[in-house]
Design a protein around this ligand. Structure first.
Ligand code: CP
Ligand code: NVA
Length: 316
């Protein structure tokens, strides 16, 4: 029981598949409200006693957006932050994950972690008595996709019933987009090479939850993009992956360029979570062109993090 925020068990934000659709919709709506409100977060969106609260952030991998947007988000809510690289902690010397979770729960009020293995995140959450937030693992990147929903909706209106195309690697960000398609009720068309298909466990979950309607898998980028209102891609080589030459060879036909964007809806937007590699997964004229909303998307990480933190710390 976290008596400070009156909750029986911590509100972890681990993955979109494990959170009720109405709660996710509420978090996205709060993100819209946070953006409209700017730096001064209105009282009804601020967790009770936030000025006494501390967010600890631990990174096993590099980060620019997640690190800074969570830090600024917690400060704008009125709380404080501690940011750590895991090698600066005893975790980096092999202290048990469970012990770390129990100790940090005695000092802090929320924990945001970026881990190599998804299992590390789960072990932390299983042993923490404070909310644990997924700041990217090898499985997923749910905070990114809440920001992406906000970005789609401010540009195109409600995402329910709309069509989004994912082109490239079937990676961690793709998995969170697949979870989101089911939870937010839109269609996601995913084009990947056969060798880099999305996580089969996520594909099975989509089938079980939506009968398969929410996500269409193909190896043809043109088919995925046809008429879509939003085209999304990501780096071909995620952090921790070493098979660079193989990935470049497999993904060469999946680059998002003007020709591919031309198959999407006339006013389609282009999204990328960043960091981006121009001339690889996306051409410079697309990512720096009129259809690209990548810097709004990056900004929206801040507004989304405020909404996620607020929910984790007891705001409904
Ligand atoms: N998109 C994203 O998570 O960026 P960082 O790796 O910079 O945090
Ligand atoms: N798929 C990328 C996302 C980076 C924010 C990675 O895991 O490296």
């Amino acid at each position: 029981m976290d008596a400070r925020i009156g909750l029986k068990s911590p509100r972890h934000f681990l993955d979109l598949d494990g959170i009720d659709a109405r709660v996710l919709r509420r978090i996205a709506d709060m993100a819209h409200e946070m953006k409209k409100a700017g730096k001064r977060v209105p009282k009804h969106l601020r967790p009770k006693d936030i000025e006494d609260m501390v967010l600890v952030m631990i990174f096993e991998k590099p980060s620019t957006r997640t690190r800074v947007s969570f830090d600024v988000a917690m400060r704008q809510l009125g709380g404080q932050t501690i940011g750590l690289n895991h090698t600066d902690t005893q975790l980096g010397r092999g202290e048990p994950i469970a012990d770390t979770a129990k100790v940090l729960s005695r000092y802090a009020d929320a924990l945001m972690v970026r881990t190599n293995l998804h299992g590390t995140l789960i072990e932390l959450a299983d042993n923490a008595t404070i909310p644990v937030i997924n700041g990217l693992t090898d499985r997923s990147h749910p905070c990114q996709v809440i920001a992406d929903i906000l970005t789609f909706e401010e540009s195109r209106g409600a995402i329910a019933g709309r069509t989004v195309a994912w082109v490239g690697d079937g990676n961690n960000v793709a998995s969170s987009w697949m979870h989101a398609a089911v939870k937010f009720g839109f269609q996601l068309r995913v084009a990947t090479p056969a060798q880099l298909k999305p996580d089969p466990e996520v594909v099975s979950w989509v089938k079980a939850e939506s009968g398969g309607d929410a996500v269409v898998l193909t190896d043809d980028p043109a088919e995925a993009v046809k008429g879509a209102e939003c085209v999304v891609t990501d780096t071909w080589v995620s952090m921790g992956q070493n098979d660079v030459a193989r990935r470049k060879q497999l993904l060469g036909a999946y680059a998002v360029d003007q020709k591919l964007m031309g198959r999407a809806a006339k006013d389609a937007i282009f999204m990328h979570c960043l960091p981006a590699y121009r001339g690889h997964e996306v051409s410079a004229d697309v990512i720096d062109g009129a259809q690209s909303v990548v810097f709004d998307e990056a900004e929206n990480r801040l507004h989304a993090q405020k909404a996620i933190l607020a929910w984790c710390l007891g705001v409904d």
